[in-house]
Each structure stands twice: as structure tokens, then as C-alpha cells.
Design a protein around this ligand. Structure first.
Ligand code: FPP
Length: 168
């Protein structure tokens, strides 16, 4: 297949991994790997969304990741806050809307605030959407969906019916 025949996918998903290995290979601290991973994510988002893909989902931090050493979790949370604060300008210049998927449960209020500010500041951008999955987990998502359904009188007959209550 030549390049002209390649179809641009509407939605691309990436599991962010290997920050630690990247750092180790360069005799750097794991935290340096996370920093570099975040900077790389910005370049990747710009590149992919400029090719015509409409949504890029990145799996950044799972509910399971809270089991990592507290210093590492703390470092990551601070990196998210710092990044979201400084980069709303970057995403606005690139016309990229940033949204988050996952549960807010157990996230520090200052992290939630930084996420909400980023969403608010970039909500009118139209090039494409960067969907950052932060504090996501398959099982947690099912529990959250069940609780949402319980608040309604909906009857779930199909996967499509159920999907309406999953993270979007
Ligand atoms: C996995 O690498 C990476 C993480 C759990 C950290 C999350 C991602 C970033 C900091 C970059 C993107 C940031 C945002 C805000 C989207 P690992 O530490 O498991 O690496 P290893 O498998 O090589 O040990």
C-alpha cells in the first residue's frame, strides 16, 4: 500500500509506557523519564492531530498506578499540575481541545482543579481532541457506570445502552 492509500484513523489511542526504561538507558532518574514522556506527548499530539485524526486518547495514569511508591505518585501528580498550568497556551496555539476521562475519586483537589482549568481554557479549540485518561480503570469504570444507571430508571438491553454510561 502506498502512502496515498493510507486511511487516517478517526481515533488513535496510545498507552504511555517506558518512561522508566527510557531514563534507565540514559542513566537518568525515573522522574526525568516522566518529564520527557510528558514533553514528548505534546509533540505527538500536535503531529497526530495535524494529520487529520480527530481524537487522540492517551492512557496516562490508571487507578492501579496509585500503588506505585508515594514519592513517584506525588511526582506525577505535581507534573500533571505543572504541565496543565503551563501548557494551556501550547494547546490553544495548536487549536487542540483537551478533555479527561477517568474518575475524580482519590485525585488531589489541586490536580482536579488543574484538569478543570485545562478543559475550560481549551474547550473551543477545533483541530482535534486530546483525551487524557487519568485515574482510569476497567473495573472502576464499570462501578461508576452502574452507579450512574442506578440514578436513572433506564433499562439496559444492549452493549450500546450500557456504553452510554461509560467514560466519554
Ligand atoms: C509509564 O511508564 C508511565 C506512567 C505511569 C506515567 C504517566 C505518563 C506521563 C508522565 C507522560 C504523560 C503525562 C500526561 C499528563 C498525559 P513507566 O514508568 O511504567 O515506565 P517503565 O515501564 O519503563 O518502567
Amino acid at each position: 500500500m502506498n502512502e496515498q492509500n493510507l486511511k487516517i484513523p478517526n481515533h488513535v489511542a496510545i498507552i504511555l509506557d517506558g518512561n522508566g526504561r527510557w531514563a534507565k538507558e540514559r542513566n537518568k532518574k525515573r522522574t526525568e523519564g516522566h518529564k520527557a514522556g510528558y514533553e514528548n506527548l505534546k509533540k505527538i499530539s500536535r503531529h497526530i492531530l495535524n494529520q487529520g485524526t480527530k481524537v487522540l486518547s492517551v492512557f496516562a495514569f490508571s487507578t492501579e498506578n496509585f500503588k506505585r511508591p508515594p514519592e513517584e505518585v506525588n511526582f506525577l501528580m505535581n507534573l500533571f499540575i505543572e504541565g496543565f498550568k503551563k501548557d494551556s497556551q501550547f494547546f490553544n496555539e495548536e487549536n487542540i481541545k483537551v478533555v479527561f476521562s477517568g474518575t475524580k475519586e482519590n485525585l488531589r483537589p489541586d490536580v482536579i482543579k488543574a484538569m478543570e482549568e485545562m478543559t475550560e481554557k481549551t474547550k473551543n479549540n477545533t483541530l482535534g481532541t486530546l483525551n487524557i485518561c487519568l485515574n482510569y480503570g476497567g473495573r472502576q469504570e464499570i462501578i461508576d457506570a452502574i452507579n450512574k444507571i442506578k440514578e436513572t430508571d433506564a433499562i439496559i438491553k444492549s452493549e450500546e445502552d450500557f456504553a452510554k454510561y461509560l467514560y466519554n
